[in-house]
Design a protein around this ligand. Structure first.
Ligand code: GLP
Length: 262
């Protein structure tokens, strides 16, 4: 793996389809190297193109184990707005992942904090996440780690901001129906993944992508914590990359890295 300086590896592709292709190429490479890969899955709209390609894959993912990043408190796995259901329908069922290899956080538990602590234990017992797929919220959150979350946080419950609830309003019919709480892997948990691949698409993400990649590491932009990660790749489409000051540099680097050692 080729690492760019002290920052993330930045890969810029033309559009949403192209970043989904690129992310799937990464997934295939990782599972080819390690068939019993432990994967952390994000939900949200952004990774759906990746999951579509992945679900149609001919390769077997039967040995891989799957964890999810977050879930709304109160929602059972059948709820249409649950991340559980999205991941099952979009990816895990089509891939025929055996239930013993699926470890998804549930929102309908009596004691979410207890469930969060138990999740950390299961994750540790699985050997930790090898490949974590991430998106980023417009306010910089990763998982449901809202701005101000501790950079060392572990899986726990978080109170969602109105901004985040508004972003999910469509899926629930109205903002009032969007749960106020979520269980999410912490930033510390995410940083322990061996490889992190963050996807971002569209103009609406351009400012947060700039702050996350080129701004200071700060709990105000939880995604900026990835600057501390030794192996993280941001796969961006042109629109999401459009506010990066070093956009041309990143593109040149990606196209020319094969020259190293030539
Ligand atoms: C949600 C999820 C995140 C996701 C983010 C962005 O709040 N908890 O994991 O990355 O929203 O979502 P989208 O990809 O739809 O923009």
């Amino acid at each position: 793996m080729w690492v760019v300086g002290t920052l993330m590896e930045i890969v810029i592709r033309t559009d949403y389809g192209a970043i989904s292709d690129e992310a799937f190429r990464i997934v295939e490479g990782e599972v080819a190297r390690r068939p019993a890969l432990v994967v952390g899955l994000a939900t949200g709209r952004t990774p759906l193109g990746l999951y579509e390609r992945w679900a149609a894959s001919k390769r077997s993912f039967k040995r891989a184990r799957f964890f999810n990043l977050d879930e709304f408190v109160g929602l059972g796995p059948e709820h249409a707005g649950s991340f559980h259901r999205t991941l099952r329908e979009r990816l895990l069922a089509p891939l025929r992942v055996p239930p013993r290899n699926v470890f998804l956080l549930r929102g309908d538990v009596k004691d979410p904090d207890k469930a969060a602590a138990a999740y950390e234990k299961v994750l540790r017992a699985a050997g930790g996440i090898d490949l974590q797929i991430l998106g980023v919220g417009r306010n910089g959150h990763i998982g449901f780690n809202e701005p101000g979350s501790s950079l060392g946080s572990r899986t726990r419950t978080k109170t969602l901001t109105d901004e985040t609830r508004a972003a999910h309003a469509e899926a629930f019919g109205s903002m009032d129906r969007v749960p106020r709480f979520a269980i999410t892997m912490g930033i510390g948990t995410i940083l322990e993944a061996r490889y992190v691949v963050l996807l971002a698409s569209g103009e609406e993400k351009a400012q947060v992508v700039r702050r996350m990649i080129e701004g200071p590491v700060t709990a105000e932009v939880p995604g900026s914590a990835l600057q501390l990660h030794p192996r993280a790749t941001a796969v961006l489409d042109e629109a999401a990359a459009s506010a990066l000051a070093r956009r041309d540099y990143w593109k040149w680097v990606a196209e020319n890295k094969w020259r190293v050692g030539q």
